[in-house]
Design a protein around this ligand. Structure first.
Ligand code: C2O
Length: 591
């Protein structure tokens, strides 16, 4: 790996602090750069080991531990209905041919529709494509927490966005053109034609492409902004919604005089605490409760439900298949609920952030995703199984983006695994959710309670089941009382299989385990196992989509003292857009 350039930027708000969590180092000021250096300054971890080499550039292909990947949802995909899929050899998805953008007969622009489909968000064509080169001899960029920006930094951020908005509409660096990138890769403008499958769309959500696509997208976005203000140190702020002080929309986003302002946001949410588990309508939880719930959601999605690469990144998605294997933990939540929480309910489709086609039109989108991207870095710092996927089809997936010089550049997933190679990292701030493990709602009072309530509550369910009301079902555990070693080798996973839902709606349901009371547990209680959430988007002329959901059970069942039980009571509570959801099956696997 090329040695790190000396960082020349000091993130605003950078002060030396002693933090309470195990991710903490010293200040974001650069003496501690990189966090991943030989002098790994991380404190002793809580329960999950954090390794110093999380950011090293050693090629993970050389350290193949394919088992994590192969035992993931790959096997499951076969169980879901894949009959419409042409014979699939292992092959990565190749960057789209942008000259064919919007010509997909299955998804082309349908005039008069309120939500545009892919055809009307195509980029200008380019006569040539360049290959990506790592930045060299450049200033290092430190992405700062958005709520800690100095007035000076806010001013330069605004100026950069203003200039981006002022570029001619046909310039690929123009603000709307940049927003269109997201729409094109999400709303069916591109097909897998470069991979030989012209009638299957490319979709960068709901699978293992989610993290790398958005990392590359932001990489170029940030460089364009920096070049427009002639500041090679400019770094995209991250909306730090995983820490209490960062849980509101930073004020400067709400000032109409600022270029980062967007009128299409939920007016009731401009000041309050974000709800990382947003159900599509406001609840009466107090801000204090929301903060507590948010931290617990973070712990669950980053720790309990992200025990291996498939759980964190999402299921596999190769050339020739539809992205149905399922999105990763963080993509489902908090990523999706935050979109919906900001989106404007006065708009027909929750524009801007509340719908995929329009999300990129809100500047907050990029700060939201900057924090999502930061989660990737934090997740890898946990070490152990918290590694990038090693499957060559993931590593060799490619995309194209316009860079700051208006060149179309082809990039590969394998080149975006380490932010320091890409010339940026994140300001070090507290990570309070590491210590926010949910607690059981009711401690188990001896054996008496065991299974009796569960069995009584469960209903006979015949699959596929419709989710128009709460579903309670007893799910058998193929193994119980596993040894420590067995648990380390394989996570016990709850799989909700073959979820068919209306992709034009905001869809969310919550999953609970062994919750024997009538009203469901709160997110900061152990019984709450996770949420399935999908942002609306139109694609391929059809509205129903199919996918899977998974949640980690090993730690959860230990905490509920239910590790010796034969079965678990699974409760699924529909929260939004659930009228037409059906579920093919619920089962427990080990992977
Ligand atoms: Cu591509 Cu947050 O979505």
């Amino acid at each position: 790996m090329a040695s790190l350039p000396t960082p020349t930027v000091t993130a605003a708000g950078a002060t030396t602090k002693t933090y309470s969590s195990s991710f903490t180092t010293t200040s974001p000021v650069i003496s501690s750069w990189p966090l991943f250096s030989k002098k790994c300054a991380l404190n002793k971890p809580l329960k999950h080991k954090i390794s110093c080499n999380a950011g090293s550039s050693e090629n993970s292909l050389n350290n193949l531990d394919r088992r994590n990947v192969l035992l993931g949802l790959g096997g499951l995909a076969g169980a879901v209905n894949l009959t419409s899929v042409p014979s699939v050899g292992a092959a990565p998805i190749s960057a789209p041919d942008i000259s064919k953008c919007g010509t997909n007969p299955l998804s082309g622009f349908r005039p008069g529709e309120s939500t545009p489909t892919g055809g009307d968000c195509c980029p200008p064509d380019s006569p040539q494509i360049m290959d990506f080169k790592f930045p060299k001899n450049e200033a290092f960029r430190v992405r700062p927490a958005a709520h800690l920006l100095s007035p000076k930094y806010i001013a330069k951020f605004n100026e950069a966005i203003k200039r981006m908005k002022e570029l001619p509409e046909t310039d690929p660096r123009n603000f709307l053109q940049q927003a269109h990138i997201h729409c094109a890769y999400c709303n069916g403008a591109y097909t897998q034609s470069s991979s030989g499958f012209p009638d299957i769309e490319i979709q960068i959500h709901n699978s293992w492409l989610f993290f790398p696509f958005h990392r590359w997208y932001l990489y170029f976005y940030e460089r364009i902004l920096g070049s427009l203000i002639d500041d090679p140190t400019f770094a995209l702020p991250f909306w730090n919604w995983d820490t209490p002080a960062g849980m509101t929309i930073p004020k400067y986003f709400n000032d109409p005089k600022n270029a980062v302002f967007d009128p299409k946001r939920n007016q009731g949410h401009l000041q309050g605490v974000v709800d990382l588990g947003y159900n599509g309508k406001d609840s009466d939880t107090t801000d204090i409760e929301k903060v507590k719930n948010n931290l617990a959601i973070m712990y669950r999605q980053m720790v309990t439900n992200a025990t291996d690469p498939t759980a964190f990144f999402g299921g596999e998605y190769r050339a020739g298949i539809e992205p149905i294997s399922g999105g990763g933990s963080v993509e489902q939540s908090p990523h999706t609920p935050v979109h919906r929480w900001v989106g404007d309910p006065r708009e027909l489709n929750g524009e801007n952030l509340g719908n995929f086609y329009s999300a990129g039109r809100d500047t907050l989108f990029y700060c939201h995703h900057s924090n999502v991207d930061r989660m990737w870095s934090l997740w890898k710092m946990q070490g152990g199984k918290h590694k990038d996927i090693t499957d060559p089809d993931w590593l060799n997936t490619s995309f194209v983006f316009y860079d700051e010089n208006k060149n179309l550049v082809r990039v590969y997933v394998k080149d975006c695994l380490y932010t320091n190679q890409l010339g940026y990292d994140y300001q070090r701030v507290d990570v309070p959710w590491l210590k926010s493990k949910p607690v059981p709602r009711a401690p188990r009072s001896g054996v008496a309670r065991k299974s009796i309530g569960k069995v009584k509550q469960a209903k006979e369910v015949s699959f596929p089941v419709k989710l128009d009301k709460t579903v309670k079902v007893l799910v058998a555990r193929p193994k119980k009382s596993r040894s420590k070693k067995e648990k380390e080798d394989q996570e016990e996973l709850l799989i909700v299989q073959g979820i068919t839902y209306d992709s034009e709606k905001y869809v969310k349901f919550d999953v609970y385990v062994n919750d024997e009371d009538d009203d469901a547990s709160a997110p900061d209680q152990t019984e709450f196992a996770g949420s399935f959430a999908q942002l609306p988007h139109k694609h391929k002329g059809k509205t129903m989509s199919k996918t899977n959901f998974r949640a980690g059970l090993t730690e959860l069942l230990e905490d509920l003292e239910a590790d010796d039980d034969d079965n678990v009571l699974v409760t699924i509570v529909p929260r939004s857009g659930s009228e037409d959801i059906t579920i093919d099956n619920i089962k427990i696997i080990y992977a």
